[in-house]
Ligand binder design. Structure first.
Ligand code: ZN
Length: 141
């Protein structure tokens, strides 16, 4: 068993988010879909924001999307990010889950090359046996 590297800020799964983070450990992007009206949602929460139903299923939506918005972090907001700036923070509209937008960092791409509408795909960063983070990289379509 490995442990999370020191200095990392890691998620703390709860009853609502545990399935999402377990999916990340399995390298699957799992989001909730309402079983009453079919609406996808993320962040994880107990009820549908469209119809208020509690009937929910988890589905793997794949890892493709396009950059909906982004910003460049040039100053670290936490000491763990001191040697990682500048980096791009993306909001990605997911291809296979209409209405779902995921936020994370871009990797394998100079920050000045990031553009709205850019196709991206998820990459997994296994920090330890307990924690896997998701990030995005450019996809050449
Ligand atoms: Zn619904």
């Amino acid at each position: 068993m490995t442990t999370t590297p020191p200095g990392y800020v890691v998620p703390a799964p709860n009853a609502d988010t545990r399935e999402f983070w377990e999916g990340c450990k399995a390298h699957q992007f799992r989001v909730q879909r309402c079983q009453n009206c079919g609406t996808f949602r993320h962040y994880p929460r107990p009820a549908c924001h469209q119809c208020a139903s509690f009937d929910t299923e988890w589905v793997d939506i794949g890892g493709g999307g396009v950059v909906y918005s982004f910003t460049i972090a040039r100053h670290p907001f936490h000491p763990a990010f001191r040697d990682k700036t500048p980096y791009a923070i993306l909001v990605v509209e997911m291809d296979d889950a209409p209405g779902v937008r995921m936020a994370s960092n871009m990797v394998d791409c100079p920050v000045d090359d990031v553009r709205i509408g850019m196709p991206v795909e998820v990459v997994w960063e296994d920090l330890s046996d307990e924690v896997t983070l998701y990030k995005f990289r450019p996809l050449n379509r």
